[in-house]
Every structure is written in structure tokens, then in C-alpha cells.
Design a protein around this ligand. Structure first.
Ligand code: NAP
Length: 512
């Protein structure tokens, strides 16, 4: 029997027509497809560059990979899973959940694997998106829904001399499972959400661990609770109990938003907790000094682990805070002039946040290019979902809808509903296309940037990937997630230009 990827290859070079083209088969793309299916619409195609469902949970397989948001909240409300084995489920269990949904909703039949979006152009005469893949396929669709997210293009720093290194290198999101770390001298660059999960997992395998830290993260103590079988049975037999547990998680995590969004002094007790987490495990005052952050908690993503600091306290672990100046054939030279020989370098250096979009050739009305527009003016959208001048295109988990304190799956669900409502609006009005008005988008961006200016991401005294090169926050939603729910629960018809064949371009989409 042929794999889906092979079946996809068979279709190479063909032109496929569909109503909705969804890019990406992770949480966003799958959620969109499921909700279309539930409305009896199977006229969609999902394009996925990988060979399986799961998105980030398919790609990231590093040891210890897990979600740092409780699983009962980091899952679809419309597809609850009473059987999560732990409070914070690991990557294999999350991937199983998503693959199970693909089977249940028969998504494989509508998914073309091994297809990487190359570009898309809006045809003003026919009101259709013409989409090309890197593999040479063409897709023609009325609606284009991006589920590609911002965290999938690995950021590999350009370190001087890296081409001379004779050992092994790989990024945490492209873990090399063939490489046996046992007995090796290993350098890890980066101390973010990924590193703090895999460092404790590999520390006892390796002979030496050299951790290159640029900025220390705030790490709260966290014990991953195994959910007892009796509780799982109760969740399964009496769904309201699972629902109550989810609501409890939602509101307790939502309360963190109070401190993040302006009242940052309220975060001090959390800093005390995180300080005690360091003091409990790190007895060497010099090492402890390196690990205390000097910025407000929440300015970067708040992390949780009981194992991270004990891993750093091991005698064969060295935390290096002097920057990397050069990589040699056998090791890394830091700013203090010391060369440390290593067999492997693991990049835990995160992702190119705009990378997913800036490489794409997306052309909207009047030949406007999305990458150029966003490079020039920053990543601006309305509600993180729609962009003026790009009709019938919807971005799930688009700019300014990431979160520092709750589940992004909640945000994705609101965006899916909004997208479906926008499609329904076009249908009800008897038009084939609609595009958000520029003034509406500008008002939205002014409002969120005003709110963000008092948030911890701007005032907390740190630099982070939440901010773009100009220091503007283009990633985080400035407020509570229920406020986003309120904003996105209905599509306001007056906020859109409706396009029909007699009037192919909107009257008032001002060119920028
Ligand atoms: P990250 O949080 O962006 O951390 C990257 C780390 O690499 C930081 O410590 C950064 O230092 C360092 N770094 C980057 N470039 C460097 C350079 N040129 N030289 C030296 N150090 C460098 O990346 P991540 O850990 O992969 O996580 C990315 C995001 O993915 C997270 O914020 C989160 O949203 C998501 N994630 C989520 C989970 C989860 O459990 N839900 C797990 C993993 C990842 P600076 O701090 O100084 O920039």
C-alpha cells in the first residue's frame, strides 16, 4: 500500500481545486479541518510539509519534550481527552492525541503530505488563491487558511568558525536520534523552554555538559503529577468533572495575566519561589549568581522544572556565561579566551519567529507582497487573523496572539470560529471574497500596542523573541484570553470590504 507521501508524489504537477486550502497539519490546521468537517464541508485540502500529522509535536522529539501547559487545557475543548496520563503530557502522548483525531475525523483523505508551501497569489479576476508548493504543485482555492504558526524554522546562530567543527551538530527541533550521546562531551547553546526540558534528560548520559547561557531563565519548581487511574475513569464516566478540572486550570493560569499585563509587581512572589528553586539545588554561590535572572519574571517565557537546576549542579556540568566568540575544529572558544573541547554541539536556540512568513511569496490585491509589507511595517493584522489587502486569507495563531500564561489552543479555537464566521458572512452576502478594512486593522494595532507598552514584555528589562528588531511586540496577546474570546466571537460585517465579480477590488483598501 502506498504511503500518503507517495500518494502526494503521484499528484505532482497537477492542479488541485478546493474551497478551503489549509496549510499545516498541526493543532491549527487540524482544528480547522475538524470544524469544517463538522459543518458538513469536506471541500478542503490540508498541505503538510512533513509526512505525518502533529506539526510541532511531530517535529520536536528531543528527550523530555513535553508541553508546559496542563494537557487538559492544551487540547481542544471540542475533542476532550479524559485519559491524559499526566498533568503535563509528554510529546509522544500529545502526538498520539493528534493522530487519533486525524483517524476519527478521516483527515488523511484530505491531506497532501510532503508538500511545502512556496507562495500564493490572489487572482483578482476569479477571486481565487493560486498556491504553489516547492514540489511544483498548484492549488486553486477560494479560502486560504494558514496553520503554520511561528515556531518551526530553527534558528541556528551563525557562529564564527562553525564550518571548521569536526564533531556533530544539530538543533533541538531536529534531534539526531542516531547520535549516541553516551560518554560524549556535549555543548548546549541556549537555556530556553526546550533546553530546560532536555538538559536533565541527557545530563547523566554524557561525559561532560557545557551549557552556554546568554540570559538565565526564570524557572519555577514543578512536579509533573501522574493523574491516577481512578481520576481518569471519573473524567471519562462523568464528563462534567473533567470539564470542571479544565475550567479550574483555565482560571488559575488566566490569573497570571494580571501580573503580566501591567501590574508586574504582583509577580514578585513568583520570583521568590523561583529564587528558592535555585537556592534549593545550587550550593555553589558562584554558580547560583550566574543563574539568578536580573529582569522581571514573565518578561521571557516562565519555565517550570524540578530537574533543571540539579542537572546544572552536577560536577561534570559547566555553565558558561561568557559569550561564544569562535568555534574551532574541536571545540568552542568563549569570550574569556578559554577553549573547551566537545564532541557535539546542540543548538537550543529557538526559532526564527518571522521566518515562516518572510520566506513565503504571498501576493495580495494590487500585487502587494505580504513579506515586504510586514518587513516594512511590522507584522500587522486584525485580531492576528486577517490582513487588509489579502482577501480570504486567514492566519491561525498569527501575530500578537501568542501567550505567556495560558493555552494557545484556546486562541486557535477562537480563530477557527472567526474564520468560519467570515466564510459564512461571504456566503450569506452572496460574495466570493472579503477583506478586512485597513482602518480597522490600524485601529486594532494601535490599541494592542498601547496596551503592550505597559506589559511585562516591554517593561520587564529583558530582550526576547517576543519583540521584533524594532523592539515592537509582535507575538503576544496583551490581555486575558477571555477578552480575545469576546473580541473574536463574531465577525463584524462593517469591518470588511465585500468583493464581488462586478467590483473586483475594494473601494477603500488604501495602498501602503
Ligand atoms: P527560546 O525560548 O527562544 O530559547 C532560545 C535560547 O537560545 C535562549 O536561551 C537564547 O538566549 C539562546 N540563544 C539564541 N540565540 C543565541 C545565540 N546566538 N547565542 C547564544 N545563545 C542564543 O527557544 P526554545 O527553548 O526552543 O523555545 C522557543 C519557544 O517554543 C518557547 O518560548 C515556547 O513558546 C515554545 N516551546 C514550548 C514548549 C512547551 O512546553 N510548551 C517547549 C519548548 C518550546 P537569550 O534568552 O539571551 O535570547
Amino acid at each position: 500500500m502506498k504511503t500518503q507521501a507517495e500518494a502526494g508524489d503521484q499528484s505532482r504537477g497537477r492542479v488541485h481545486r478546493t474551497r478551503v486550502l489549509i496549510i499545516g497539519a498541526g493543532f491549527s490546521g487540524m482544528g480547522m479541518a475538524i470544524q469544517l468537517g463538522r459543518r458538513g464541508r469536506r471541500d478542503f485540502i490540508i498541505l503538510e510539509k512533513a509526512t505525518e500529522f502533529g506539526g510541532t509535536w511531530h517535529e520536536n522529539t528531543y528527550p523530555g519534550c513535553a508541553c508546559d501547559i496542563p494537557s487538559h487545557m492544551y487540547s481542544f475543548s471540542f475533542e476532550p481527552n479524559p485519559h491524559w496520563s499526566k498533568m503535563w503530557a509528554g510529546q509522544p502522548e500529545i502526538l498520539e492525541y493528534l493522530k487519533g483525531l486525524a483517524v476519527k475525523h478521516n483527515l488523511r483523505a484530505n491531506t497532501h503530505f510532503g508538500k511545502t508551501l512556496y507562495g500564493a497569489a490572489w487572482d483578482e479576476a476569479t477571486h481565487r488563491w493560486h498556491v504553489r508548493t516547492e514540489e511544483g504543485d498548484e492549488y486553486i482555492a477560494q479560502f486560504l487558511v494558514s496553520g503554520i504558526g511561528g515556531l518551526h524554522v530553527p534558528n541556528v546562530p551563525k557562529v564564527a568558525g562553525i564550518e571548521k567543527f569536526s564533531g556533530t551538530t544539530f538543533h533541538s527541533a531536529q534531534w539526531n536520534h542516531e547520535y549516541d550521546l553516551r560518554g560524549k562531551r556535549v555543548a548546549v547553546i541556549g537555556t530556553g523552554a526546550s533546553a530546560i526540558q532536555f538538559v536533565p534528560e541527557i545530563v547523566d548520559e554524557v561525559a561532560e555538559l557545557h551549557l552556554y547561557q546568554r540570559t538565565p531563565p526564570w524557572v519555577l519548581p514543578r512536579t509533573n503529577i501522574t493523574i491516577p487511574a481512578a481520576v481518569r475513569e471519573l473524567f471519562s464516566a462523568v464528563p462534567v468533572t473533567r470539564r470542571l478540572a479544565r475550567d479550574g486550570i483555565y482560571w488559575s493560569w488566566e490569573s497570571l495575566g494580571i501580573g503580566l499585563n501591567g501590574r508586574t509587581n504582583l509577580m514578585k512572589p513568583l520570583e521568590q519561589l523561583a529564587r528558592r528553586n535555585i537556592e534549593r539545588s545550587i550550593k555553589d554561590p558562584e554558580l547560583a549568581r550566574k543563574l539568578f535572572p536580573d529582569y522581571r519574571i514573565g518578561c521571557k517565557r516562565i519555565l517550570g522544572s524540578n530537574d533543571y537546576y540539579p542537572a546544572l549542579a552536577k560536577p561534570h556540568t559547566t555553565v558558561i556565561t561568557d559569550g561564544i566568540t569562535e568555534v574551532t575544529e574541536h571545540g568552542i572558544i568563549s569570550a574569556d579566551g578559554v577553549e573547551r573541547e566537545v564532541d557535539a554541539i546542540i543548538y537550543a536556540t529557538g526559532f526564527e519567529i518571522t521566518g515562516g512568513f518572510s520566506r513565503l511569496d504571498i501576493v495580495g490585491l494590487e500585487g502587494r507582497k505580504l513579506a515586504e509589507q510586514w518587513a516594512e511595517h511590522g507584522l500587522e493584522t486584525h485580531l492576528g487573523i486577517t490582513v487588509a489587502g489579502f482577501p480570504n486569507a486567514f492566519f491561525l495563531l498569527g501575530p500578537n496572539t501568542g501567550l505567556g500564561h495560558n493555552s494557545v489552543v484556546f486562541m486557535i479555537e477562537q480563530q477557527i470560529k472567526y474564520t468560519l464566521n467570515a466564510m459564512a458572512l461571504a456566503d450569506h452576502r452572496g460574495v466570493e471574497a472579503l477583506t478586512v478594512r485597513r482602518a480597522v486593522q490600524d485601529r486594532f494595532n494601535d490599541e494592542i500596542q498601547r496596551k503592550l507598552s505597559s506589559g511585562v514584555w516591554s517593561t520587564g528589562g529583558c530582550d526576547s523573541w517576543y519583540l521584533d528588531a524594532a523592539g515592537v511586540n509582535r507575538t503576544v496577546w496583551p490581555g486575558y484570553t477571555w477578552q480575545y474570546w469576546l473580541r473574536a466571537r463574531r465577525v463584524e460585517p462593517t469591518e470588511f470590504e465585500l468583493l464581488d465579480s462586478a467590483r473586483p477590488t475594494p473601494d477603500k483598501v488604501a495602498a501602503r
